[in-house]
Design a protein around this ligand. Structure first.
Ligand code: AMP
Ligand code: GLY
Length: 422
């Protein structure tokens, strides 16, 4: 199989790494990829926000399967364009990707199908915001309706602040066009869990659950980021809970999309809050999570290429994914200043030594290469991942490797996997 992976972050590096292990795979291409991915796949320049440039790459490569990593090309309709050209693709249609691309669509969909989620109001004017605030208790979560690359969610401590944030979103100042419509949401409390499934629109195969760490600082402090680390652990979810989530959330979502004539094909990422009232959906994503995928794929023992190709072809066999009994942990090394302003072009050292730590795999999220050296080229730069007999063992390996890597301004959380801050 010739496979084309779309995207250029740590998630795509992990996908390429896992696909490489498949005997079914002959060649892997990645657009645009990054300097780390270039060691395992042929990288082709493209802009993930420009469908025409991605289609041009697909025409050149003639892939037997295209795997779309990021949400942007999915919400722009890349899958539909590829399918129209007879090219098999792993990733939902533009219409189905609205589960991520429009938060109000997702919320209304959940209401229509009785899928548990928090209370909300969709607003397009300050008059609507003022009305909605009367029915909500503080804190209030204010969200841009559209894709905002992690900048579209603000948790406001009080109603006055919520109104202020809502105003800056509606004006376009805070989240651009994505914020011209907003949601005000009930603040949910509990532990967050990322529960991902693969589906061909009918059959469903659950992935091992994972936990992300979204805040920049230890102990879940500081600003929200794209994700500072993740882990996945066997036994983290008991069979009853898995059954409950499949019965009340996953199956009604897949069946609901089918009933609404928008069958869902690809990965459905359920961002859950385990509240005192039971699990509730915080958000859906229409793709693999980043950095959850890095932790999840480290534990996958089945052939990923086969599972993705079967999903794309509409013949997924449910429940056939095999998982390692070991745990995995992924620590994100970020540029100084991330998630705010940061500089790129800092030389990265120590990668070779770090990669020799037993059980460690290093994925590149944002690097470039010049004269045989790697340089930083993004906010999230590297994902230091490891497997271990226990979560503690996996985290200890990842942190041992992380400590060997250096670039100016580098920072990372010390408590991924609920480790005590080192
Ligand atoms: P989202 O992009 O919708 O996943 O939101 C980003 C993060 O904001 C989530 O991972 C949660 O940590 C937090 N968040 C979003 N919605 C809520 C909510 N209704 N209640 C509490 N926290 C939330
Ligand atoms: N890790 C959360 C996401 O991929 O959106």
């Amino acid at each position: 199989m010739r496979i084309l992976v779309i995207g250029g972050g740590g998630r795509e590096h992990a996908l390429v790494w896992k696909l490489r292990q498949s005997r079914q795979v002959s060649e892997i291409f990645c657009a645009p990829g990054n300097a780390g991915i270039a060691q395992a796949a042929e990288c082709l320049p493209a802009d993930a926000g420009d469908i025409d440039s991605l289609l041009a790459v697909a025409h050149r490569v003639q892939p037997e399967l295209t795997v779309i990593g990021p949400e942007l090309p999915l919400t722009l309709g890349l899958s539909d364009e590829l399918r129209r050209r007879g090219m098999p693709v792993f990733g939902p249609s533009q219409a189905a990707a609205r589960l991520e691309g429009s938060k109000s669509f997702a919320k209304r969909f959940m209401l229509r199908h009785n899928i548990p989620t928090g209370h909300f109001a969709a607003c397009e004017s300050m008059a609507e915001v003022q009305g909605a605030l009367q029915a909500l208790h503080a804190p209030v979560v204010v969200k841009a309706d559209g894709l905002a690359a992690g900048k579209g969610v603000v948790i406001a401590a009080g109603k006055e602040e919520a109104a202020h944030v809502a105003g800056s979103m509606l004006s376009g100042a805070l989240a651009g066009e994505a914020g011209r419509k907003i949601l005000l949401e009930e603040f949910l409390q509990g532990e967050e869990l990322s529960f991902l499934v693969m589906t061909d629109g009918e059959r469903i195969a659950a992935l091992a659950p994972a936990r992300d760490h979204k805040r920049a600082g230890d102990g879940d402090t500081g600003p929200n980021t794209g994700g500072m680390g993740a882990y996945s652990e066997p036994g983290a979810m008991d069979p009853e809970m898995r059954h409950w989530l499949m019965h009340h959330i996953v199956r009604p979502t897949i069946a609901g999309m089918r009933a609404e004539d928008e069958p869902y094909n690809g990965v459905l990422f359920c961002g859950l809050m385990m509240t005192a009232r039971g699990p509730m959906v915080l958000e859906f994503n229409c793709r693999f999570g980043d950095p959850e995928t890095q932790a999840i794929l480290l534990r996958l023992e089945s052939d990923l290429a086969e599972a993705l190709a079967d999903t794309a072809a509409g013949r997924l066999s449910a429940g056939d994914l095999q998982w390692s009994g070991e745990a995995s942990c992924c620590v994100v090394l970020a540029s100084g200043g991330y998630p705010g302003k940061y500089e790129s072009g800092k030389i990265v050292s120590g990668l070779d030594r770090a990669a020799e730590v037993p059980g460690v795999v290093i994925f590149h999220a944002g690097t470039s290469r010049r004269d045989g050296n790697f340089y930083t080229a993004g906010g999230r730069v590297l994902n230091v991942c490891a497997r271990g007999a226990t979560l503690q063992a996996a985290a200890a390996r990842a942190y041992r490797a992380a400590a060997m890597i250096h670039f100016e301004g580098m920072h990372y959380r010390r408590d991924i996997g609920n480790q005590k801050p080192a």
